[in-house]
Design a protein. Structure first.
Length: 299
């Protein structure tokens, strides 16, 4: 069968993973069952674009998420392109058929009240190097919006206390300068003094954030630190370092920062990437309206 040939082609020539081949096979079985169940019956070679669109609508009516529908449609599109090259069909019925728009997933972020609780409401032990390091790490992520990979690679020499800025190495080793406020400068100064006394460096990396053994913190160590402390102030499922990056961007826009400025601070190449945070701030604005407006609160 042409479908079997297609799946072998995907595996042997396209180096598709076994999971991809399996999911493509399941999508083709579902599509075949659908068209064969139409009035009068139909086969893969006879289907036209209207049939493919009907199948898409059928999947949506069954309650499938847009992402799942688009993945299954992608499998059928790939199959028909293959069948066209093999001259099994004369016209590709899936060409031009589009799947449903995927719903944008808004990034998770801390509300400003939660951030205030994190840094000012918790009882931090400022005589404990682990807690001083954790608070400084969290504050730096929140106040600058840098990525986990960027904070891990920060070196002492990248921090300029006089100019109040840090030199950050981002994706594809692109560097940018990010300003620091007085609060994070004070926190860094205190942390570095305690760090040099209690966790002397065991390597020559010059890492700003050292683990308990004196080496550079690992991605897992940073992740676990952030997750542990965020769990004390928020019930949301996502509690990763990226949540603090999202929180930084959202707080900046909520306090009238320009989108282009936030883009540069985050190190985004495209303004479109940064614009997702305008959706976040608008959703927050809608929630504020619903909670505060008297005509929305009568119930």
């Amino acid at each position: 069968m042409i479908t079997d040939e297609f799946l072998r082609y995907m595996e042997a020539e396209r180096n598709a993973s076994p999971l991809t081949v399996q999911s493509y096979g399941e999508a083709l079985k579902e599509y075949t069952a659908f068209i064969e169940g139409l009035e009068g019956g139909m086969n893969l070679e006879d289907a036209d674009s209207d049939v493919v669109r009907d199948w898409v609508e059928h999947m949506m009516e069954q309650g499938l998420k847009a992402t799942s529908v688009c993945l299954k449609l992608s499998a059928v599109k790939s199959f028909y392109r293959y069948a066209l090259r093999k001259k099994v069909i004369k016209k590709d019925p899936a060409h031009g058929v589009t799947g449903p728009k995927k719903q944008k997933v808004l990034p998770a972020f801390l509300k400003e009240a939660e951030a205030e609780m994190l840094f000012d409401g918790l009882e931090w032990d400022m005589d404990n190097i682990k807690e001083v390091r954790a608070r400084t790490l969290l504050l730096l992520l929140y106040s600058t919006g840098i990525r986990r990979s960027e904070v891990i690679t920060l070196r002492d020499k990248d921090v300029d206390m006089v100019a109040c800025e840090i030199k950050v190495t981002g994706k594809r080793r692109k560097q940018r300068l990010v300003p620091m406020g007085s609060e994070i400068i004070q926190a860094l100064t205190q942390y570095q003094a305690m760090r040099d006394t209690e966790t002397p460096a065991t390597d020559n990396s010059g890492a700003l954030f050292r683990n308990d053994k004196g080496g550079q913190m690992t991605p897992v160590q940073v992740y676990n630190t952030v997750r542990h402390w965020l769990s004390k102030v928020t019930t949301q499922k996502k509690r990763s370092p990226h949540v603090l990056r999202h929180s930084f961007a959202t707080a900046m826009l909520n306090n009238d920062a320009k989108l282009g400025s936030v883009q540069k601070l985050l190190g985004h190449e495209s303004l479109e990437t940064t614009q997702i945070y305008t959706h976040v701030t608008f959703e927050e604005l809608k929630r504020t309206y619903s909670n505060a407006h008297p005509r929305e609160n009568d119930g």
